[in-house]
Ligand binder design. Structure first.
Ligand code: ADP
Ligand code: AMP
Length: 214
């Protein structure tokens, strides 16, 4: 099963991807997490992502596609994946279609999380992210453990992402509206719009229904 979790920054894609990994037994592929890992490891590739990510701009397609191509070759993604934060442009969507087609695969569903802008702002303002493993919390709705250590990896750096600050969020949202939203036209018939409001469990249940697994 190849599935795209779609929606604006802060819609809940990463959060829901974690539940779906268990259910569908395919890996989550988050280009944002992969890029942050490259940056914190200080690699040459990470340095090339730096200026775009700090400004809240999309990283150029050729760099993202190369990153994705390498990731898809790993054996855990041989029978499917949950794509989170990718594709983000129509060119990326076309490249992904091509990579999957080589293995007789195709995107089966694009789950488009529908969340009003005021809810998005509240979610991003309260988001806290583990710098070590990318696990995501929210100060009120899903708080980090009182020990300050990540429940997933025991890391002690749970931070407010720099690009989650207001000015950059506005920039990222503008990028989403201009460059990412048109992807829904590309995927047309396999798009399932899902109400992304309510509790984590409410959203999971709606996604499972949309996938015919409820
Ligand atoms: P995305 O991957 O789409 O950018 P995240 O999964 O990181 O979004 O979610 C953004 C923030 O909102 C995180 O702090 C997360 O804990 C919180 N969140 C996600 N889903 C819900 C929900 N249904 N209710 C309340 N908070 C949520
Ligand atoms: P995310 O973690 O998905 O919110 O992504 C954080 C940042 O990483 C984005 O604002 C972009 O700068 C960059 N990024 C992540 N995924 C992509 C992608 N598929 N295409 C271009 N840039 C991306």
């Amino acid at each position: 099963m190849d599935l795209v979790l779609f929606g604006p920054p802060g819609a809940g894609k990463g959060t829901q991807a974690k539940f779906l990994v268990e259910k569908l037994r395919v890996p989550q592929i988050s280009t944002g997490d992969m890029m942050r890992a490259e940056r914190s490891a200080g690699t040459e590739l990470g340095k090339r992502f730096d200026s775009f990510m700090t400004k809240g701009l999309l990283v150029p397609d050729d760099l993202v596609i190369e990153l994705l191509e390498t990731r898809l070759k790993r054996p855990d993604a041989a029978s499917g994946a949950i794509f989170d934060g990718f594709p983000r442009t129509v060119a990326q969507a076309k490249a992904l279609d091509g990579m999957l087609a080589k293995h007789g695969r195709a995107i089966g569903k694009v789950v488009a999380l529908d969340v009003p802008v005021d809810v998005i702002i509240d979610r991003i303002a309260g988001r806290r992210t583990c710098e070590s493993c990318g696990h995501v919390y929210h100060v009120r709705y899903n708080p980090p453990p009182p020990t300050g250590r990540c429940a997933a990896c025991n890391g002690d750096r749970i931070v407010h992402r720099d690009d989650d600050r207001e000015e950059k969020v506005r920039r990222r949202n503008a990028e989403y509206l201009e460059k990412t939203l048109p992807i829904l036209g590309h995927y047309g018939p396999v798009v399932a719009k899902v109400d992304g409001t309510g509790s984590l469990q409410d959203v999971t249940r709606r996604i499972e229904e949309a996938l015919g697994q409820g």
